[in-house]
Design a protein around this ligand. Structure first.
Ligand SMILES: Nc1ncnc2c1ncn2[C@@H]1O[C@H](COP(=O)(O)OP(=O)(O)OP(=O)(O)O)[C@@H](O)[C@H]1O
Length: 117
């Protein structure tokens, strides 16, 4: 029974990923960017530790973006009317995504630029 419940939670999680891909343009962009980075890594040839960092960065970026979309839905449900706290909640979540995106871009440049130039 516990195993079935465990499996069901995976099914729900994959349904969440599918829903995010279908409804969020940002998430589709991040999945496409992740595929491009992985392809660039394969063509460039990276050390094991560089792959570890890239996997963390790509996974973190996708996870943050999905949590941000989830936050937007929760705020829309909790506060359909405009409210300063709803604005702060959405903007802070979006800011968190931006911080991680900037850090990810810097890490990507630090890994790839020395190999290309
Ligand atoms: N209920 C609300 N109360 C106050 N401000 C809001 C509310 N909902 C959204 N906003 C603010 O309005 C601006 C635009 O929000 P909008 O809903 O268009 O985009 P989003 O929900 O942040 O993202 P998406 O476009 O992906 O749905 C943002 O600054 C957001 O914080």
């Amino acid at each position: 029974m516990k195993a079935i419940r465990f499996l069901r939670s995976f099914v729900f999680a994959f349904a969440g990923i599918r829903a995010a891909l279908q409804s969020e343009q940002n998430i589709r962009f991040h999945f496409t960017a992740a595929a491009a980075v992985i392809l660039a890594g394969l063509l460039t040839g990276l050390a094991a530790v560089e792959w570890l960092v890239l996997v963390l960065v790509i996974g973190g970026m996708l996870a943050f973006e999905m949590l941000n979309s989830s936050m937007e839905r929760i705020v829309d449900l909790a506060s359909p009317d405009l409210h300063p706290l709803a604005k702060q909640a959405k903007d802070m979540a979006a800011g968190g995504v931006l911080v991680f995106a900037i850090a990810s871009a810097i890490i990507g440049l630090l890994i790839f630029l020395p190999k290309w130039f």
